[in-house]
Design a binder for this molecule. Structure first.
Ligand code: CUK
Ligand code: CUA
Length: 646
């Protein structure tokens, strides 16, 4: 890999200096010819050499990007920026059969709210499971801001296994963030609302009846599932809670959650009742919530929580009395809260302040130990003075949002939304090191494993909200732009623009590819959504069709190039259930399955068993077939569903 790049760079330099490049790979024309024909500069060739992954070779890192409004996750390689897969999470996705077979429908249905199906999600923050503060490559979590939910994806097969609905929030933004050993997945609320389900409270009761909060979802790593009845929440004031992060190293056991609009402004209600007169951001500061989650979990175990909607919620008064909840002022309208790799500092950027504020965890603890608070908020929560908690503030530019870290000590990168730049800076010494322009209006940014205790450096991805003129025009709705930046040298270098066409990719995480150990096949007869043996699985030769009243159950198999059974006969009105097991053991021999006009589809990877179900409510002849071009006789992999009149 290294030598290849060196060779390519050597060629590029040779061409740039006007020397003829001679290589068998470029027999017909010289590199110089190509540069001339395509209008490429030496800089372009350098960028190409740094990102090009030759055919058959693989990427060093795998990125998991939020798919925004698509409710999915996009997986791509770094540095090639090749898209490898969409993972269906909150939204039906036909290729994977997600939402078109019974097993995946069961996962989607876990996300029903008040008995209603919700077929989309607003995904914001993916998080990879961690062991001792480092990515372990086992699980992936992502939140849905609109319909407050969290999903669990198993990185053995890149499939969504579980969706949980937040029991007390109506929206959330501060998820998913994991504690250093993935004991909990953090999910903080966004817009305050009454915590009791379907309870109406007028906006005039905003201060007294509306609440925010943060939920700590217990994760059972062995089962690979979140455990709702071992999870709990902390009640918080109706300040719009925002992003969160978990402490690590010295700050392990604590978590930090931002807020904005701590003025508690609500539009559209009568004036004359402070604090409503003042709009959001009227004050200079909002609050960072500092929570001792380890102690909060013990208090819940000790029975100090209140049940709301059957869920343990630690009330504000209890949290204050027991010393697990504190506030620290932060520059107004903050966005990211990002703990440094050593766990000693917490970086906060306020969209409306040109500085990043670096808080010292040690200072915060010293103030708490000394009982040194400047005031209490209206809910009785002790407020630590900003000056007592700060380590330093650094002026970076306009609209600082999010921060990630480098492998190099004390080096951080912060996105500047308004300036459309990335700032590289030193958080220990508080000085700016470099800036680079991005295109345009960057939201999150991400370095390789850059939110863990062991960032890898090398590359940074800028997640730009606007692409404007960067790509071929495709109508008024533009793709967003992931820009790859080389951070291995003192000066940052822009390498590549990748359009993201599926939704607004708020955040992305990247892991070293060799930490992932995905399976190539399932144990024969596995329900991939439960990871358990599928009751409808059969071996070759055991295929059968069983009728029970008006219920017809087919136990079938798929193998090149046969669907067994080759015909299914039912009567109009029968309820048809078809279980299919892919008997293949060969890598990548996936078969698909659909029946004409019944809106079912399954992706059946080697070893998997999947069920499709429908009511044969119309008489006729309906071909079924395999939807993956699996072999020379793929088109022959078909059969007939015969629906006879009753
Ligand atoms: S994100 Cu969710 S609003 Cu800055 Cu974390 Cu885009
Ligand atoms: Cu199996 Cu095509």
């Amino acid at each position: 890999m290294k030598t290849r790049i060196k060779q390519a760079v050597g060629l590029a330099l040779a061409a740039g200096f006007g020397l003829a490049a001679t290589s068998s790979a470029f027999a017909a024309e010289s590199l110089q010819d190509v540069m001339k024909r395509r209008g490429l500069s030496q800089q372009d060739l350098m960028a190409a050499a740094k990102t090009y992954v030759p055919t058959g070779k693989r990427d060093e890192f795998l990125a998991f990007s939020s798919g925004g409004q698509s409710g999915q996750i996009i997986v791509y390689g770094i540095p090639s920026m090749r898209i490898l897969k969409y993972i269906a999470v909150f939204t039906p996705e036909p290729w994977q059969g997600y939402g078109f077979d019974e097993n995946s429908k069961a996962v989607l249905r876990q996300g029903n709210i008040d008995g209603k199906e919700i077929n989309w999600g607003d995904t914001h923050h993916p998080a990879i499971s961690e062991t001792q503060g480092q990515y372990d490559g086992q699980f992936l979590f992502i939140n849905d801001k609109a319909n407050p939910r969290l999903a669990v994806i198993d990185l053995r097969d890149f499939e969504t296994k579980q969706i949980v609905v937040n029991p007390i929030f109506k929206s959330e933004h501060g998820g998913a963030f994991v504690t250093p050993n993935t004991e909990y997945v953090i999910e903080a609320a966004q817009y305050a609302s009454p915590l009791e389900n379907q309870k109406f409270e007028p906006l005039t009761s905003f201060n007294s009846k509306y609440r925010g909060g943060v939920t700590y979802w217990k994760f059972d790593r062995h089962e690979g599932r979140l455990v709702p009845n071992e999870s709990f929440s902390l009640e918080l004031p109706p300040y719009s809670q925002d992003l969160s992060d978990a402490g690590k190293g010295p700050s392990e056991g604590w978590s930090f959650t931002n807020s904005f609009c701590s003025e508690r402004y609500v539009g559209g209600i009568e004036k004359g009742r402070p604090p409503y007169e003042a709009g959001c951001s009227a004050k200079d500061t909002d609050y960072m919530h500092v929570v001792n989650w380890k102690k909060a979990a013990e208090l819940v175990k000790a029975g100090k929580a209140t049940k709301i909607n059957g869920h343990d919620v630690l009330p504000i008064e209890v949290a204050v009395k027991e010393g697990v909840l504190f506030l620290v002022p932060e520059p107004k309208s903050p966005h990211g809260v990002d703990v440094t790799p050593d766990g000693k500092f917490i970086t906060v950027s306020g969209k409306l302040d040109t500085h990043v504020s670096v808080y010292s965890f040690e200072n915060i603890m010293a103030a708490i130990k000394a009982g040194k608070f400047e005031s209490k908020d209206p809910y009785g929560i002790p407020v630590i003075a900003m000056k007592d908690a700060l380590h330093t503030q650094v002026e970076l530019g306009l609209g600082p949002l999010h921060t990630q870290y480098d492998a190099k000590n004390c080096v951080a990168y912060t996105s500047l939304y308004v300036d459309s730049q990335v700032a590289k800076w030193n958080y220990c010494e508080g000085k700016v090191l470099d800036k680079i322009s991005v295109h345009y209006n960057i939201g999150h940014l991400m370095t390789m494993e850059g939110d863990t205790m062991a960032p890898q450096g090398k590359y940074l991805v800028a997640l730009n909200k606007l692409s404007i003129d960067r790509f071929n025009p495709v109508g008024p709705l533009h793709p967003q732009n992931h820009q790859l930046i080389d951070i291995s040298n003192d000066k940052m270098q822009l390498l590549y623009d990748m359009p993201l066409p599926l939704g607004e990719p708020h955040y992305v995480v990247a892991i070293k590819a060799d930490k992932l150990k995905p399976a190539v096949r399932y144990k024969v007869g596995t329900d991939s959504r439960t990871d358990k043996p599928h009751p409808g699985a059969v071996r070759a030769g055991q295929e059968k069709t069983v009728r029970n009243g008006n219920k017809v159950e087919v136990f079938g198999t798929l193998i090149r190039s046969h669907i067994t059974p080759e015909t299914i006969e039912v009567e109009k009105g029968d309820e048809v259930t078809i279980h299919l097991t892919n008997l293949e053991r060969a890598q990548d021999e996936t078969h698909g399955f659909t029946v004409s006009t019944f809106n079912v589809h399954a992706s059946v990877e080697p070893g998997k068993t999947v069920t499709v179900k429908f009511k044969a409510d119309k008489e006729g002849v309906y071909p079924y077939y395999c939807t993956e071009f699996c072999s020379a006789l793929h088109l022959e992999m078909q059969g007939y569903l015969l629906v006879k009149p009753k």
